[in-house]
Design a protein around this ligand. Sequence first.
Ligand code: COA
Ligand code: ZN
Length: 305
Amino acid sequence: MERIHITDVAPRDGLQNQAVAVSTADKLALVERLAAAGVASVEITSFVSPKAVPQMADAGELLPLVQARLPALRSSVLVPNLKGLERAHAAGAREIAVVLSATETMNRKNINMGLEQAAEVSEQTLRAAQALGLHTRAYIAVAFECPFEGTTPLDAVVALAQRMAAADAGEIVIADTIGAAAPAEVKLRLAALIAAIPAERLAVHFHDTRGLGAANAWAALEAGIRRFDASVGGIGGCPFAPGAAGNLATEDLVLMAERSGFATGISLDGLMGAIDLAQDLLQRPLGGRSIAWLRRQRDKQQALA
Ligand code: COA
Ligand code: ZN
């Protein structure tokens, strides 16, 4: 069976926007549940301004705990600038992700920089991280539509992705930050990107705002993409991008991929355990589109046992 690679971004994209404060110990417990479910790669936290995102203020405490407890887990962290990289490195980071939006306004709202400055800071941060021996990812946010500027020009997305490839980003993550993409557009944009950058270096990051997250992931799979971000329970959303709902749920992606002949290495039962914990922590019902069916399956199995 062909393998796909999933990075669960729940502890970062999932938690950054939550009203309920989650303790460092509880974040660690969530990452442990994900690892126990077979998730091999997790985006743990972000080293951003604690004024901008208070939920991520404990990044420097959380990362070393995760890496000590789960040494085999691929743990990445988001950094918006050199100061973030410095903090991440001091905490022992092995992999970082820079975040560059494909429009002027989204960069200003998210990281208080214009597009050209954000691109330059991303390049510098990638280079500095590589010099420290770290693995790198680069997000291209609002790669389909921007909440402030409308449809994002495809040539801008390709040009920025190429700049991040030229700066040797190990993985370039094409992100539908507000969940506005549809499968035909995904196919078209990924074809243009794959013509410029090898598919092995590209990943996709979908949000499920309009219920098209899994359909978009399928379009990406058919286009040749094998690296996906997703968030367990579907929690997520950028606090600076109005209208962004939760991410494509990891359980929906795993179900779709496994039912279609791809191996993920991830157990749906294990993911249910992570969702149960996240629900307790966030005090609200969570889960992707498959959650009701998954729960019924679990109930049936438990009744038989
Ligand atoms: N981590 C922690 N603190 C940081 C930081 C970082 N990565 N980068 C800057 N700061 C601090 C500065 O030291 C300064 O602190 P001070 O007020 O105590 O002197 C303060 O933040 C302002 O610094 P400045 O460089 O002027 O930053 P800014 O106000 O223009 O904000 C960002 C820029 C990038 C730090 C901020 O917009 C941010 O953290 N954005 C994160 C957005 C995010 O997480 N989005 C969701 C994920 S995509
Ligand atoms: Zn996101």
